[in-house]
Structures are given as C-alpha cells and as structure tokens.
Design a protein. Structure first.
Length: 218
C-alpha cells in the first residue's frame, strides 16, 4: 500500500483510474470506497469530495471505460474508423475482462468521442445519420458480443475451449466411421485452416462494413 499523504488531493480521473485498477485485479465486489482509498493512500472519507456514493463512482468508472473503448482513432474514412473501433473494443475487453461487469450500468456514457466525426464521414458518403448512428452501435455490439463469447470459452490458462473443440472435430474427421457418416464435413476439414479467432473477427468486421456500404444512397 502506498504511504498516506497528508491532505492528499487527487483529480477525479486519478480516483476513477484507481477504482478501475481494483476492478481489474480483484473484481467488482472488491471496489469499495475503502479499497480505492487504500490504492491511493488516502482516507476513505476524503474521497467523497469526488463522488457522493459508490453508485456514482461506478457510473464514473463506466463513463471512463466507455471513453477508452469508443475513442476516436483518427481514421480518414468511416470504414477505417468502424474497423478500428471494433478491433479496439474487442482487444480492450479481452485485456480487461472485469470491465464487462460495468456494462449493465443504466447510466449512458456521456463521452463517446468518435460518434460525431464518424457520423459526419458516413453522411458524406451517402449513409444517413440515423442509419449511421444505429450502425455505429451495432458495430460496438458486434465487438462486445464476440469478446464476451471468447471470454466465456477461455480456460484458466487463457486457452480457448472453442478453438480446442474445432481442432478435435478435425481429428474426428480422420476416423473412417466418421467419414462414412459425414462425408461433406470430412471434405471441408481437409482444407480448413487452423482456427484463428483474430482472423475470424476481422472477417466478421469486414462483412459488417460491407453490409453498411451496400445500403448507401447513390
């Protein structure tokens, strides 16, 4: 624990970052005013100048997570920006799996830096703002959903049981009795490359972007 600083003063961002560190390391149940104060080396009661309750602290944490997930990558096209958005959301959720425990917060994040510029680029390319707004949210759902499914299949060592199951199916295809019952599956497995969740996700994002492109006004 850090040494306590007399009359310690922190920015709200520092307090929220400390709370996110506790969340990362120990889970949502461990996020208390006392634990956050311990992380900062501050008396718990001194933190109430930054928020009025634990409920508000959790909302601030969610807002900070959203600002990191939905940051503006500065891509020159909306296609590139949506692709970057999806890749970042997935990678950050996989890196910080406990962040998912904040996603059910009812408070909508106020800071979504990428939205306005993304909609402007989409409108200039024939995608109406309403459709662009829905598409941007669906892109986030695609990335979040993929990441959450990955986490649900992740074993204690970080290996994916989903990938392992795919490889076991390919092994079964070498069995004569399996080939007799499912010849097309066997044929498919002969040419199927090893399962890559990264590659599969990139293809899903590319297909999603292509789908939006197909709806553009002439």
């Amino acid at each position: 624990m850090q040494a306590r600083r007399s009359r310690a003063r922190f920015t709200q961002a520092e307090v929220v970052t400390a709370a996110l560190t506790v969340l990362d390391e120990h889970g949502l149940g461990a996020v208390t005013i006392r634990s956050v104060g311990g992380r900062l080396g501050a008396a718990p009661m001194s933190l109430y100048s930054y928020f009025t309750s634990k409920h508000q602290l959790l909302d601030l944490m969610f807002s900070e997570v959203a600002s990191r997930l939905y940051a503006d990558a500065g891509q020159p096209t909306w296609q590139g920006e949506i692709t970057a958005l999806c890749l970042r959301v997935r990678s950050l959720v996989l890196l910080h799996p406990n962040w998912r425990l904040l996603f059910s917060r009812a408070e909508a994040p106020r800071r979504v830096p990428v939205t306005e510029r993304l909609l402007e680029m989409m409108k200039g390319d024939g995608v109406p703002p309403a459709k662009g707004f829905v598409a941007a949210h669906n892109a986030c759902l695609l990335a979040l959903g993929f990441a959450l499914v990955e986490l649900s299949f992740r074993g204690p060592g970080g290996q994916s049981s989903f990938v392992a199951r795919f490889e076991r199916i390919k092994e079964q295809c070498r069995e004569p009795e399996f080939a007799a019952e499912q010849p097309l599956t066997v044929e498919a497995c002969k040419d199927a490359p090893p399962m890559s969740l990264d590659r599969n996700f990139e293809r899903a994002v590319a297909a999603f972007v292509a789908g939006i492109e197909a709806t553009r006004a002439p």
